[in-house]
Design a protein around this ligand. Structure first.
Ligand code: LLP
Length: 414
């Protein structure tokens, strides 16, 4: 479940490295990645879709550390960029523009124009976005479909179905593709993204079936073919003890089975997926240190990891499993809240959890810290975001230093 993290070594070892050594080298808070685990996660996706050669476009929004993006490039992944800035980073790192797609939401003309001028394929949210840049004659046009169903761990990260801001219905899509075709678009793609952290493989059976049906109908009615069919991301990762593992093999099987039913229509189409979380979430732990313990009847443990880094906990009520280094096997448990250093009462990392009894200076380990942690972190309260390091073959390598106050102030003009 929590890969590479050695419960046997009493929670003091991660991917073959002693956690105290990492803390000595780089301090806390620190996000520590296992390169081995990232490689395994990518491999598992590729294998699940074999013999079909799936195109993996890593959703950069989950993690934009350049070292990690370079690693994913070396493993054959492309990128899904949320906007022109993420696309710019991909290009700077040497990703081929053919290996970058972009799925922006409400982007302005300047952003869309950057993508078009750099030959990056856009999944337009709706016709209005295409019309904004129609005069640039984009040859390639793809729209984001809302297939009418969505699923996500929280309603906040469910991105299709009812009451979502994303995408268009089948009827609207038909009109939009017709418009684009009649105004000079020559090549087409089609996209959906239905929600994040889905642990049910069955959901992908249903969503892909609807999606391929929609694509086939549009293809037939308008006599256009799709260069790609992009199913988005959403493959889940277990966060809680009782969460099932996501059966990627089953999900891939369902998707490919549905795809093959349309063989004659999609024989020249690539299948794209845009996983973010599945590739990176469980490859990392967030290491923090206990800075104070308050106990007036109820124990509140303060750490140096705060809501500026763990915003997804107060934002969605997300849960991250917590361990205390060196105390994994401690039988005596206490009830406590774990909080950060931010001046806000939403700054809880966990409420009323059972943990071993702790002392000042103990190391707190927060699991599944690879996805949507660093990429969503802020400098609220002028708190520094964590440093980041990665482990490969027993070596520790710093891949982002912790910000100093000067670093954080660099772009201001006092
Ligand atoms: N493609 C598109 C167009 C997306 O919007 C997303 C995520 C993905 C791919 C990747 O989805 P994944 O495979 O990672 O589930 N901040 C939230 C997650 C929001 C996801 C939004 N879109 C969190 O912390 O859980």
């Amino acid at each position: 479940l929590y890969s590479d993290f050695s419960l046997e070594k009493n929670c003091t070892e991660f991917s073959g490295i002693n956690i105290y050594n990492a803390v000595n080298d780089f301090g806390t808070p620190l996000i520590l990645y296992s390169e081995k685990r990232i490689r395994e996660n990518v491999k598992r996706i590729i294998n699940a879709f074999m013999p079909y050669n799936i195109s993996i476009h890593f959703a950069m929004k989950a993690n934009y550390n350049p070292y990690i993006l370079n690693l994913l490039k070396s493993l054959g992944c492309g990128i899904d960029a949320a906007n022109q800035n993420e696309a710019m980073l991909a290009l700077k790192l040497g990703f081929n523009n053919n290996d970058v797609v972009s799925t922006p939401n409400n982007l302005d003309r300047e952003g869309l124009a950057f993508l078009i001028n750099n030959g990056i394929k856009i999944n337009y949210d709706h016709l209005g976005q295409y019309k904004l840049v129609q005069d640039l004659n984009p040859e390639f046009v793809s729209f984001r479909i809302n297939p009418g169903i969505g699923m996500g761990e929280f309603k906040e990260i469910t991105t299709a179905g009812e009451n979502v801001k994303f995408g268009i219905s089948y009827d609207e899509a038909l009109k939009s593709y017709k418009y684009a075709r009649d105004h000079g678009a020559k090549r087409f793609g089609i996209h959906m993204m239905t929600g994040s952290n889905v642990l049910s493989a069955k959901f992908f059976k249903e969503s892909s079936r609807i999606f391929f049906n929609i694509a086939a109908n549009i293809s037939k009615k308008l006599d256009i073919s799709f260069d790609y069919l992009d199913l988005g991301g959403g493959f889940g990762v277990p966060y809680r003890d009782n969460d099932p593992d996501f059966d990627i093999k089953a999900a891939a099987g369902y998707i490919l089975e549905n795809f093959e039913n349309f063989n004659c229509i999609f024989n020249n189409s690539d299948l794209i997926i845009e996983p973010g979380r599945y590739i990176i979430a469980d490859s990392a732990i967030l290491i923090s240190r206990i800075t104070s313990i308050k106990n007036y009847g109820h124990t509140i443990i303060g750490t140096d990891a705060s809501m500026n880094t763990l915003i997804r906990i107060p934002l969605y009520g997300a849960y991250h499993k917590i361990y205390i280094a060196g105390k994994c096997s401690d039988g005596k448990l206490i009830s406590a809240d774990i909080v950060g250093q931010a001046c806000e009462n939403t700054d809880y990392i966990a409420r009323n959890i059972k943990i071993p009894s702790v002392n000042d200076g103990d190391i707190v380990i927060i699991s599944n810290a690879g996805a949507y942690i660093m990429s969503m972190a802020s400098n609220y309260n002028l708190l520094a975001r964590p440093a980041e390091a990665i482990i490969l073959d027993g070596n520790l390598r710093l891949i982002k230093k912790r910000e100093s106050v000067d670093d954080m102030l660099k772009t201001f003009y006092p």
